[in-house]
Design a protein around this ligand. Structure first.
Ligand code: GDP
Length: 462
């Protein structure tokens, strides 16, 4: 029999209420040993899905805290087992004391993610849905939360299952032909098989393609602003932060000069890296600015290289532009309020011909003109290709993205075997491998190691 497990389910620190969760066949009995009604009487049994008010008492009968307890009977609970939650005051002292009592009366401490792991093992959630739980807890943006909730509700799993069913149908048709060639089966035409593989391949590719958008919406887009002193980098930062500021935090544990700021820009969560340096004096920037920017720009999803369009493009600007030139770089010609059109046009031509940067935006960080174009340009990097904003299922999980990419390789291989007119066995092996890999997403075909790895990323009490 499985142990009955327990953990504090609410976040550490002070709170209005705190919750201790208990799951397993002993959950009710454990709680009844430490729970009394306000009159001091003990309770014989907890009613399913009813809150009962009373006190948690220690072995001497002293009241530890007032509490409400709720029982959720198996199998209709989060874990699929008997679950009892004790809601008490959100003080770490009272929560810890109650946890100690629960442990002394029959439960053992839960591992990280063990409640959700049991939900998975008891068939309450598949693996992709279980992984969505952690994404919901950690969501940083509205769209990231939407993607996680949709995944928890089984939309991604549904897509995967339907693709797997098509693969299984295709596989069984091929196997029938390989194993019973003498039977009077309907003829399998190669062009037809190629078409079926291609339809499935495109569905898998579409999901795989959504992964970079999914990752950004989940974790935030890393944006770096570089350029020589006085071109207007901090002005742009303020333009972004003042108008669309979401949360501004100093990430604990990072050094003073690598502060990251969070903002929501055009609905996209953005992590502005290396903004501390921008705010320091020009002298310091001159010494270390470019060096430090280089580090954060190396890992950035989008790099903004800024120049002062009124001053013209200097040799130094040109060096910086060339150094950061990539397909995810935007050259921003700032201060258009004090430069003229001819000048801007020639600067654009120069950037385009000399640096290879194709995204060029005219801006006045001062007046805000050009801001919307800049934001649209940034959004175009996120929602690239086929991914639409609202309707598509987004893959936000790195593990899922990797499995989809591997499946794609097998499907391409199957396709090339068929196109080459090879024996059906070859394509059949590839199709089966793709089917197997997709099963790892939902957990239908997954090893114990992967399950352990997935749930180790959870927090205690979840
Ligand atoms: P940084 O050193 O690159 O961070 O540049 P700052 O943002 O500190 O700006 C340097 C100077 O340029 C400041 O005096 C700003 O007010 C001015 N500035 C920044 N953007 C603009 C702009 O779009 N137009 C004008 N006219 N001045 C600007």
């Amino acid at each position: 029999m499985e142990d009955t497990i327990t953990a504090i389910a609410t976040a550490p620190g002070e709170g209005g209420i705190g919750i201790i969760r208990i799951s397993g066949s002993e959950a009710c009995d454990t709680v009844l040993r430490i729970f009394r009604l306000p009159s001091g009487r003990s309770v014989e049994k907890l009613d399913n899905r009813m809150l009962t008010y009373g006190n948690i008492v220690d072995d001497n009968g002293s009241v530890i805290d007032e509490a409400m307890v709720v029982y959720m009977q198996a199998p209709h609970s989060y874990t699929g087992e008997d679950v009892v939650e004790i809601q008490c005051h959100g003080s770490m002292v009272s929560l810890r004391k109650i946890l100690q009592l629960v442990l002394a009366h029959g439960a053992v401490m839960a591992d990280r993610g063990e409640f959700t792991k049991r939900a998975f093992l008891n068939g309450r959630l598949d693996l992709a849905e279980a992984e969505a739980v952690i994404d919901i807890i950690r969501a940083r943006s509205d769209r990231g939360l939407d993607a996680a909730v949709s995944q928890l509700q089984g939309r991604l799993s549904g897509r995967i299952s339907s693709i797997r069913k098509d693969l299984a149908d295709l596989d069984s048709d091929i196997i029938a032909h390989i194993e019973y060639p003498e039977e009077d089966l309907e003829e399998l035409e190669y062009p037809d098989l190629i078409k079926r593989v291609s339809v499935i391949r495109n569905a898998v590719a579409r999901l795989a393609d959504s992964a970079s958008t999914g990752r950004i919406l989940r974790d935030g887009l890393r944006l770096s602003i570089v350029g020589r002193p006085n071109v207007g980098k901090s002005s742009l930062l303020n333009l972004i932060l003042n108008q669309d500021r979401a949360i501004v935090t100093d990430i604990p544990g990072t050094t003073r000069d690598t502060i990251q700021e969070y903002a929501t820009v055009g609905g996209i969560p953005v992590i502005l890296t290396d903004t501390a340096g921008i705010r320091e004096t020009d002298d310091i920037i001159e010494k270390i600015g470019i060096e430090r920017s280089r580090d954060s720009a190396d890992t950035a999803d989008v790099i903004i290289v800024m120049t002062d369009s009124a001053a013209g493009i200097s040799r130094e600007d040109m060096e910086i532009l060339k150094q950061y030139s990539s397909d995810h770089t935007v050259a921003v010609l700032n201060k258009i309020d004090i430069s003229d059109d001819d000048m801007l046009r020639s600067e654009e031509d120069l950037v385009r011909s000399e640096t290879g940067i194709s995204h060029i935006v005219r801006l006045s960080a001062f007046s805000g003109e050009g801001r919307d174009v800049l934001i649209d340009t940034i959004r175009s990097f996120v929602y690239s290709g086929e991914v639409s904003l609202e309707n598509d299922e987004l893959v936000t999980n790195v593990r899922h993205a990797e499995l989809l990419r591997q499946a794609l390789v097998y499907l391409d291989e199957a396709s090339s075997m068929l196109r080459g007119g090879e024996a059906l066995d070859f394509a059949e092996t590839d199709i089966r491998s793709a089917w197997h890999l997709l099963g790892e997403i939902t957990g239908e075909a997954v090893s114990e190691d992967i399950i352990t790895e997935v749930f180790s990323r959870f927090c205690l009490g979840k």
